[in-house]
Design a protein around this ligand. Structure first.
Ligand SMILES: [Zn+2]
Length: 221
């Protein structure tokens, strides 16, 4: 997970919010500071936030990756529009630009368990730097010791699930040959190799968080 920056809200979302939010909220009742579903949301109203330009803009601010696990979502399948605070708990934020991002189907499905805590929300990569809560240890993403937010986020999003662990490990093993060459090189050759290696931790690259940790451990950065 890396820090992300919101782009400008597409006007289509604002229009959808003005047209449909009140209708959407009519399906809920609000009492004791909580929303509870009153009636089923009609299928025509359910996905009104799912607008092509909204999705395109979100994909560009997440660099075509899942905002949580950094998998390139377009490689596997199209990512889903994800509500950072779940829409079942916060239907008032269903059309809220700052509450939307892109998640891969796996992270999205896990989030469907709908963990929601006002006091201990998961890491929000737009407003917080995930590196303050998590660190990379080889192919693993670990919570910093005694860091509740890091721990809850890592556990609930299953950030070390087998498939992710395997792919990160493969990537590290592959890149290690380049690291070896860099470590043994001198002069301009070393500088060129470093430049090549640094491309792997650009925000658009898959698993850049883990690779950054690995590069730090190797003394590259
Ligand atoms: Zn994911």
């Amino acid at each position: 997970m890396i820090k992300l920056t919101k782009l400008e809200e597409p006007s289509e979302l604002k229009i959808a919010r003005e047209r449909f939010l009140d209708k959407y909220l009519e399906c809920f009742e609000f009492s004791d500071e909580k929303y509870k579903k009153k009636i089923e949301i009609s299928s025509s109203l359910k996905n009104k936030y799912n607008i092509a330009n909204v999705k395109r803009t979100l994909e560009s601010e997440t660099h075509g990756k899942c905002a949580y696990c950094e998998s390139k979502v377009r490689h596997i399948t199209y990512g889903d529009i994800e509500h950072i605070l779940p829409k079942v708990h916060r239907p008032d934020l269903v059309f809220e630009w700052t509450n939307l991002t892109i998640a891969c189907p796996q992270c999205n499905r896990i989030r469907k368990n709908d963990y929601y805590s006002v006091n201990e929300p998961l890491i929000n990569p737009y407003t917080e730097d995930p590196g303050e809560f998590l660190f990379a240890c080889g192919p693993m993403i670990m919570p910093k010791p005694a860091n509740d937010k890091g721990f809850i986020t890592q556990q609930l999003l299953e950030l070390n699930r087998a498939e992710l662990h395997e792919r990160r490990k493969e990537k590290i093993e592959l890149i290690h040959y380049l690291i070896e060459s860099w470590a043994q090189a001198n002069g301009p050759r070393k500088a060129v190799l470093k430049k090549t290696l640094l491309k792997y931790i650009e925000p658009s690259k898959e698993f850049s968080f883990v690779l950054k940790g690995y590069f730090k451990a190797c003394g590259l950065i």
